[in-house]
Each structure stands twice: as structure tokens, then as C-alpha cells.
Design a protein around this ligand. Structure first.
Ligand SMILES: Nc1ncnc2c1ncn2[C@@H]1O[C@H](COP(=O)(O)OP(=O)(O)OP(=O)(O)O)[C@@H](O)[C@H]1O
Ligand SMILES: [Mg+2]
Length: 274
């Protein structure tokens, strides 16, 4: 199958299988790691990351780690900098300071396609599908990575049986939940090591959100690390291994999802002293 980050240590859920070698150097070239990373090396780590839109800095030193094989939920109110953080992780936005590390290697300045080849995939807010194409055509586009359509379809329909009957349906006419499933099926076709999800629950009914997070948990149990951003959804707390609260461009608290529930309410009520 397609790209992957590096031979990295087994996480709390995954067995790490299916992820071969090929990390990125700071100049973006793929390298075969010469030795395994120590078990504590996170799959993704941000250290003191700053980022700006023009001259306006919106990330003021973000520290965040996604251990291999785990689900990390990045939560915070509107405008906190969650999407910007994902943009930095996916190479869409260069950090102005600090470091982005993948499997221990600094990847500052790597382009989105280089990171994608290294196993970082993104589902942006708004789903990342082509609404005017059919389900099959959406999947067919992912054959660029060298995997056959029949293989991609088999994997997609096994994981998302609901999509099976919708093969020839125009994707934009499906329900929001089904569109998210298609978005996930598309990126899973690239055999990712790290999935970045922005507002998975946006505009969806609570039951659908629950179903989708059940799928996220299954994906994580197959060894894929997940960083998921949400503004409100508490459902993610039941699935995440670690939760982080972001306020005003900084991660202000990291901990067990259960332990952070109280702090979350404070964050949304505008109490910054958490
Ligand atoms: N393209 C842009 N140009 C200028 N400023 C931007 C741009 N995108 C975001 N910002 C600003 O950067 C800050 C962080 O925005 P970001 O979208 O990362 O927040 P967020 O936590 O994802 O919010 P939301 O929950 O509303 O999605 C905000 O003040 C926002 O206004
Ligand atoms: Mg956002």
C-alpha cells in the first residue's frame, strides 16, 4: 500500500503493522530511518510552534504531541487556532518559529504533498470530497497512489458498508455522515500513518456523530494515529486517549479526556485561568 511515516513504536492501540519506512528530512526528502525511535517518540509533535496570517500571529507557541497509535482530541472555542494548527501539521502553512516533528524528525517547511507521501492525511472541515462526482469516482481518484480501484472499493465498502449501495450516487447528495465516511474511505486508501480530522461532527446529528466516532476508534485500533479537532463535540472524549484544550493560540491543558471535561466547560464560558 501507499505512503507511511517511519518504523515507529507500537502505540497503545495499534500493532504498527502496515507502516513501513520512509520519514522526511527537514528538506523534505524521504529517508529510511537508520534505527528505531525510542518508545517515547511521538508520531507527531509540535514544539513551541508559532504561525501567522500575514503579520498577525495566531499560534503563539503551541506544544502538542500525538503518541503513535493514539487518538488525540484538540478542543477549544471558535478562533482558538485549531484549524491553523492542523494546517501547520499538514504542511499547508509554514510555522514561523518552533518545530514540527514526525516520528522524531523535524519537517518544518515540508510541502503538503511531501507530508502526504510520508503518511500524513487530512480531512478538512467540510469533508474533503468532490460533491459533484459519484462515490466511485471519488474513490477512483485515489488510485493515483498506485492501488487498484477494486482494492480501494473493497476496503472502503468493508469498513463503510453503507457506501456499498451508493457507489453510483453523486457524493454531494448523500447525508452528511455518509459524506464523512466517504472522506475517510478516500484517505484510508493512501494507507496513512496519521490522520488529521477537522470538525468531524460539524452539522451532524448526535447519533451520526457517535457512529462516526465509533469508526474513528476502529481506525485507531488498526494502528493509525489520529489528531481530531472539535469545537463542541463531547463524543470525541469517549474515544480519545488524550485531550488538549486550546485557547488563544496556545495549548493550555493536556490530560485524560475524563479529567478535562470540567476544564472544557470553563474554556467555553470564557474563563481563561484553566
Ligand atoms: N485565512 C486567514 N486569514 C487571516 N486570519 C485567519 C485566517 N484563518 C483564520 N484566521 C484567524 O486565525 C485565528 C485562529 O483561527 P482558526 O481557524 O485556526 O481557529 P479555530 O480554532 O479552528 O476556530 P473554529 O472553531 O471557528 O474553526 C482566528 O483569529 C481567525 O480569525
Ligand atoms: Mg476551525
Amino acid at each position: 500500500m501507499g505512503g507511511s511515516i517511519a518504523s515507529y513504536p507500537t502505540g497503545p492501540r495499534g500493532n504498527g503493522s502496515g507502516n513501513g519506512s520512509g520519514a522526511l528530512q527537514s528538506d523534505g526528502r524521504q529517508v529510511i530511518p537508520d534505527q528505531p525511535q525510542p518508545p517515547s517518540t511521538p508520531l507527531l509533535e509540535l514544539r513551541g510552534v508559532r504561525a501567522s496570517y500575514g503579520r498577525i500571529e495566531v499560534l503563539h507557541g503551541v506544544d502538542l504531541a500525538v503518541p503513535a497509535g493514539s487518538v488525540v482530541a484538540l478542543l477549544g472555542p471558535n478562533g482558538a487556532g485549531k484549524t491553523t494548527t492542523l494546517s501547520v501539521c499538514s504542511g499547508m502553512m509554514p510555522p514561523t518559529a518552533g518545530g514540527v516533528y514526525i516520528a522524531g524528525r523535524r519537517v518544518n517547511g515540508a510541502k503538503p504533498d511531501q507530508l502526504a507521501r510520508a503518511g500524513v492525511c487530512t480531512i478538512p472541515e467540510g469533508r474533503g470530497i468532490f460533491p459533484n462526482l459519484t462515490v466511485r469516482e471519488n474513490l477512483q481518484m485515489m488510485t493515483y497512489a498506485g492501488v487498484s480501484l477494486s482494492h480501494i472499493e473493497e476496503a472502503a465498502f468493508t469498513r463503510f458498508p453503507r457506501l456499498t449501495d451508493r457507489r453510483t450516487q453523486v457524493a454531494g447528495t448523500m447525508s452528511g455522515g455518509e459524506q464523512q465516511m466517504l472522506a475517510m474511505a478516500r484517505v484510508l486508501a493512501t494507507d496513512p500513518a496519521l490522520m488529521l480530522l477537522d470538525e468531524l461532527s460539524m452539522g451532524l446529528a448526535p447519533l451520526v456523530v457517535e457512529e462516526l466516532y465509533g469508526i474513528v476508534a476502529q481506525i485507531a485500533s488498526s494502528g493509525i494515529s489520529i489528531l481530531v479537532v472539535e469545537q463542541f463535540a463531547r463524543t470525541v472524549l469517549g474515544v480519545a486517549d488524550v485531550a488538549a484544550i486550546m485557547l488563544h493560540g496556545r495549548v493550555v491543558k493536556v490530560g485524560h479526556p475524563k479529567a478535562l471535561e470540567k476544564d472544557l466547560s470553563a474554556a467555553y464560558l470564557g474563563a481563561d485561568g484553566i
